[in-house]
Design a protein around this ligand. Sequence first.
Ligand SMILES: Nc1nc2c(ncn2[C@@H]2O[C@H](COP(=O)(O)OP(=O)(O)OP(=O)(O)O)[C@@H](O)[C@H]2O)c(=O)[nH]1
Ligand SMILES: [Mg+2]
Length: 403
Amino acid sequence: MSTMGGFRRYIAIVGRRNVGKSSFMNAITGQEVSIVSDIAGTTTDTVYKSMELKPIGPVTFMDTPGLDDIGKLGQKRVEKAKRSLYRADAAIVVVDNEPGEYEKALVSILREIDIPFMVVVNKSDVLEQRAQTLKKLYEETFSCKAAVVSSKNKAGFENIGELLSEIIPSDEEVPFLSDLIDGGDIVVLVVPIDLGAPKGRLIMPQVHGIREVLDSEAVAVVVKERELRHALENLSCKPSLVVTDSQSITKVISDIPEDVPVTTFSILEARYRGDLEYSVESLKTVEELRDGDEVIIMEACTHRPLTEDIGRVKIPRWLVNHTGADLRFRVIAGKEFPKPEEVETAKLIVHCGGCVVNRSAMLRRYRIAKRLGKPMVNYGVMITYLHGVLQRCIEPFGLGVSV
Ligand SMILES: Nc1nc2c(ncn2[C@@H]2O[C@H](COP(=O)(O)OP(=O)(O)OP(=O)(O)O)[C@@H](O)[C@H]2O)c(=O)[nH]1
Ligand SMILES: [Mg+2]
């Protein structure tokens, strides 16, 4: 199996106190990073350790404090447990006994926040044959994968990586646009060549679009917005799809017949890299924004802001115009999704297209936003929405705006 794109995965080690979570982490990483003792509650803060784990690639294990009274714990502690897991791509539930209320509560939390998990039956050196019985019991009770190890003897660790790679979402690629067209179709790509365009070349989404049209054995007609009308008049049939830059979407829509499917490069990117459906669904929050509400502008890189920056200047301005509300904006930029407490006060997150990160990294950011109950809208989706033309631009994907 190939490594998963060189993208770092976070794996939470969870379970009752004293089952051997810290010992498991030390054994799998081959380092004594986490303190082990027979006193329950030894680990009080999450301990991180990074390594290369075959066949996954770079992973960071998170050794979490055991939450013992989870079965009967109140809403507040459940919330706390969920938050401590916010960035996990998968979890390992460590056990040394039969599944009880604790494990059931833990598994239901993991399921609720959509974290895939496997069970590790630890302490096989003392459990002996019972370890295999427990493994089967867990597999049946939770319909999950399970393994048997002894952290003490460092035994049984050979296939943990393989099992984890089977449960971690593989984030299968989606096409950029090839599923929207058939061989022989005519696809018109509207590419603005303005001052912002790079000298002598096209930008990635445009190149990507042209390439997929060609791979689909369809015909790519590439025009600037001024030539669009002329091109349409000279085509012997209607295009099956028009793709344009977000900036010229209003003009393009006015130039093409109503029954021609149209979308933007940013929306294609939003689907290709992220979660287009969640972005669209999150738009209903825009209509609920009131005076004083906070909106986070989130960027996956730390580029130097431009004077008329889309995220920092234009979107805030358009959002204020649209809602008529006195909104507060805060920019958070960086490779990692911020900690839950940093986004706590936000009503809405508006996220950049993530051109510097891959699909897995972007999907992970959407998963975290969902876990934290934060609506998150992609820039391109937001711009098209604020220009009043989103419905038309998402019809090609069979989506609709419900606001
Ligand atoms: N025999 C045996 N003992 C183990 C094994 N793994 C852990 N232990 C013992 O179990 C006790 C608890 O281990 P820890 O690794 O501290 O357990 P933990 O789950 O991290 O505990 P908390 O941090 O308190 O939640 C220690 O006394 C370990 O030596 C194992 O594979 N075999
Ligand atoms: Mg511990």
